[in-house]
Design a protein around this ligand. Structure first.
Ligand SMILES: *[C@@H]1O[C@H](CO)[C@@H](O)[C@H](O)[C@H]1NC(C)=O
Ligand SMILES: *[C@@H]1O[C@H](CO)[C@@H](O)[C@H](O)[C@H]1NC(C)=O
Ligand SMILES: *[C@@H]1O[C@H](CO)[C@@H](O)[C@H](O)[C@H]1NC(C)=O
Ligand SMILES: *[C@@H]1O[C@H](CO)[C@@H](O)[C@H](O)[C@H]1NC(C)=O
Ligand SMILES: *[C@@H]1O[C@H](CO)[C@@H](O)[C@H](O)[C@H]1NC(C)=O
Ligand SMILES: *[C@@H]1O[C@H](CO)[C@@H](O)[C@H](O)[C@H]1NC(C)=O
Ligand SMILES: *[C@@H]1O[C@H](CO)[C@@H](O)[C@H](O)[C@H]1NC(C)=O
Ligand SMILES: *[C@@H]1O[C@H](CO)[C@@H](O)[C@H](O)[C@H]1NC(C)=O
Length: 688
């Protein structure tokens, strides 16, 4: 790899820093919930308002999928709602964990990815539910935060998960195989063809580019972490040899010269398909080797990138197809939930794989040697594909509404599945694509900060990303084609507010960067979290229960906080409509309501975070007044106001804070009053 040397600015040049305004941007994009984001997210803006708006939406996806497990900290969820195949009682699924961690590596608050990494490598998670890149993604987090102590501590667990995949390793092929369903990609060519074209939900075990690239990346990460830890027991060499072997075999066995693409070979051997033979078409999964930077930079492999530009192959008009129209069963719908088409990977656009392709393309464009083949695909193509992906976040039939769902029709860009579980689905990445691809921060373990924007000057007149925490420093990258946006023409990299490298053009810049310990983690633990509706304590109760309250009461103490308006993802407990008619005879009448938590044992408490939903169109308003009461003594049932309470202003779609003099209590409740004719939805009541 040839690196262009940065010109280091001398002190005599003017230093102009156009820092983005965190207060203004977080208010604009997150309203009353802005305080959650204010000091946690890196800021970004660009001459593409599409890319910018989706960037902030994707931070709301990240925040909304943080599930607080109380003493176990936070995990990321994939669906906002519970689904039947999640690992209980956490609601975890590990197929998209790699994306969750790669988005989380840019969060200035490391707690989320660190808590999550602790969880996914613990005995409580289901490490083998799906094929995964957990070790590789934890390493990728270290490349951003630079915190050695955090990355080395889970090495043994990582090796344990890696080695467990030996149950899917074929020593004759020197390759791993996987059932497409376990790859989270049901109905691929291998599973459909292994069923004789009849189905394809299950079955179709194949030596796939996915699992083998994942294990390549995991092996490299384990080797690198062992090296960091100073392991002299051979772990470094053992795992780097495993990575080399996989690289070699993926290239020699899964590359198909007829298709100029990495494709599956069948592991299954039945009436329809033969062990070891290649599948009969190209799939988007063939780019996953580049997602993990596996292939050599050869002209032969580079040829694969033409297929996502060809409208007869993988380039759908509204997104990248998962396989090609020439495949016999392209877009044939096999599976339904009621009358709604279910998830399939035989053609639909999937943000999951689009993310993998964009990451792979960024790796390719970043260091593929300049030469004839380079023009096969360009930075302009990258920007166009990135914008096409961003556009998918807008459902064509809901103008202006941001909502990422499972999969999409390549011809229209409309979502396919549209079930109650579908809105705001966290099964892909975007923030990482923007920051490591477009903006071009190429995270690494070395003490050199490398920035290589994949922007094309003809398509991007300006962008700026700042407040990014990298190896303990705050860095910024800015591009201004003319100098009219930020007052300085060209590309510049800033470290801790000082210009460190510049170039008049969009090119690679490298600059030495020291390593500073990142800020210490703050871990405030909520005491109010109920993992599922049937766990004993803490338990919730309400002033106006009805037959269907149980799940709603649980939802208000389940550790999930989000405020999306779609009724399908309603989250929390709803009061009845408030009435001040004192002659009303209904039992839940009135305008005063309460939500209580019984801890089951004396519990020291001193503050609360109340999350109220606000949507007047749906009849939800916030309380006009509220107070916090507790039951103190053993055996007492008397509710008393907390002492020395400081009540924050009530906000809707954000957090209302209350604190008081710490005391040991058995029960706690919030009592609140509503104006007439509205309901309240208590999204979450967290007690600390
Ligand atoms: C940032 O935005 C806030 C809110 O819009 C404003 O009050 C403040 O003056 C701005 N700060 C700067 C430095 O422009
Ligand atoms: C709820 O949690 C309890 C305790 O962890 C567990 O035994 C039970 O299986 C869980 N139920 C569901 C539906 O997750
Ligand atoms: C490898 O090939 C040998 C000989 O054909 C066979 O006996 C063995 O079962 C194969 N192993 C696997 C894992 O398929
Ligand atoms: C696959 O099945 C065919 C037909 O049953 C059999 O002849 C062949 O040996 C099998 N191959 C392997 C590798 O099991
Ligand atoms: C590539 O795959 C196709 C479809 O399975 C197959 O016909 C062809 O022989 C393969 N090409 C090579 C060189 O193996
Ligand atoms: C586009 O794809 C079709 C179908 O595979 C192929 O015939 C055609 O040659 C491709 N066009 C280019 C420019 O590669
Ligand atoms: C029952 O209570 C839930 C909230 O707990 C509420 O959403 C629902 O509207 C109530 N049902 C009736 C019939 O009042
Ligand atoms: C008050 O409630 C009673 C009983 O439901 C009803 O008959 C009466 O019309 C209500 N009054 C008003 C002003 O809504």
């Amino acid at each position: 790899m040839r690196l262009l040397t940065a010109s280091i600015l001398s002190l005599t040049l003017p230093v102009i820093h156009a820092s983005l305004n965190a207060t203004a941007l977080t208010n604009q994009y997150f309203g009353n919930d802005a305080p959650w984001y204010l000091s946690r997210i890196p800021l970004f803006e660009s001459s593409s308002s599409l890319l910018t708006d989706v960037y902030y939406y994707r931070w709301s996806i990240f925040r909304s999928h943080q599930r607080d497990l109380g003493s176990r900290g936070y995990i990321s969820t994939e669906f906002l709602n519970d689904v039947g195949w999640q690992t209980n009682p956490w609601a975890s699924l590990n197929d998209a964990t790699g994306f969750h961690l790669l988005e989380g590596r840019w969060c200035r608050d490391r707690r989320f990815k660190e808590d999550y990494a602790d969880f996914i490598f613990s005995a409580e998670s289901n490490t083998r539910q799906f094929s995964e890149t957990m070790a590789a993604s934890v390493w990728a987090g270290y490349e951003v935060d630079g915190s050695e102590a955090d990355v080395v501590k889970r090495l043994d667990e990582m090796m344990g998960v890696f080695d467990a995949w030996m149950d899917s390793y074929d020593s004759n092929q020197s390759l791993y195989w996987v059932e497409p369903l376990r790859d989270a990609t049901e109905y691929t060519i291998s599973s459909i063809d292994a069923s004789g074209g009849l189905d394809g939900f299950t079955g179709g075990n194949a030596f796939r580019p996915s699992i083998n690239s994942f294990q390549y990346a995991n092996a490299k990460a384990i080797s690198d972490i062992a090296a960091l830890k100073g392991n002299m027991d051979g772990t470094v060499d053992t795992y780097s040899a495993k990575a080399s072997s996989l690289k070699e075999t993926v290239q020699s066995s899964l590359w198909n010269t007829t298709f100029a693409h990495f494709i599956d070979r069948f592991q299954v051997n039945n009436t329809y398909v033969r062990y070891g033979t290649p599948i009969r078409g190209r799939e988007l999964v063939g780019y996953v080797p580049w997602t993990h930077d596996l292939p050599d930079d050869s002209t032969e492999y580079a040829e694969a990138w033409t297929h996502i530009l060809n409208a007869s192959e993988l380039a759908g008009p509204h997104g990248l197809r998962t396989n090609e129209p020439s495949y016999e069963y392209y877009m044939r719908q096999y599976r339904y939930e009621g009358t709604a088409p279910e998830c399939q990977w035989n053609g639909p656009v999937w943000p999951f794989q689009t993310t993998q392709v964009l990451t792979g393309l960024a790796n390719f464009l970043d260091h593929y040697p300049v030469g004839a083949s380079r023009d096969l695909i360009t930075k302009a193509d990258y920007i166009r594909l990135l914008e096409q992906y961003a556009q998918l976040h807008y459902n064509p039939s809901r103008a202006g509404i941001l909502d990422i769902e499972e999969d999409y029709y390549p011809d229209t860009g409309s979502p396919i599945v549209g079930l109650k579980r579908s809105p705001h689905y966290f099964h892909s990445g975007y923030i990482d694509v923007i920051l490591s691809g477009l903006v071009g921060i190429r995270p690494s373990a070395s003490d050199v900060l490398e920035v290589n924007p994949l922007a094309d000057a003809s398509m991007m007149t300006y962008f700026r990303a700042d407040s990014i925490l990298y190896h303990g420093h705050t860095i910024a990258v800015q591009w201004d084609a003319t100098g009219t946006r930020y007052g300085t023409q060209g590309l510049q990299v800033e470290i801790d507010g000082v210009t460190a490298a510049t170039s008049p053009t969009l090119t690679r810049l490298t600059v030495p960067i020291s390593r500073v310990a990142p800020p210490a983690l703050q871990r405030r633990l909520a005491k109010s979290i109920q993992l599922n509706a049937t766990t004993p304590y803490p338990i919730g109760s309400v002033s106006a229960p009805n037959a269907s309250s149980l799940d709603a009461i649980h939802a208000a103490i389940d550790g999930r906080v989000f405020f999306f308006p779609e009724p399908d993802v309603a989250n929390g407990w709803d009061t009845p409509v408030s009435t001040t008619n004192t002659t009303t005879t209904t039992p839940d009448g009135g305008s005063e309501f309460w939500f209580a938590i019984d801890f089951g044992a004396p519990t020291l408490v001193s503050s609360a975070e109340l999350a109220f939903f606000l949507d007047l169109n749906q009849g939800f308003d916030v309380p006009v007044k509220y107070s916090v009461q507790v039951v103190q003594g053993e055996g007492s049932e008397e509710w008393v106001d907390v002492d020395e309470a400081v009540y924050g202003e009530v906000v809707g779609n954000g957090i209302t804070h209350v604190s008081w003099k710490a005391s040991s209590v058995g029960k706690i409740r919030v009592v609140f009053e509503l104006r007439e004719g509205v309901r309240a939805r208590l999204v979450e009541m967290k007690i600390f």
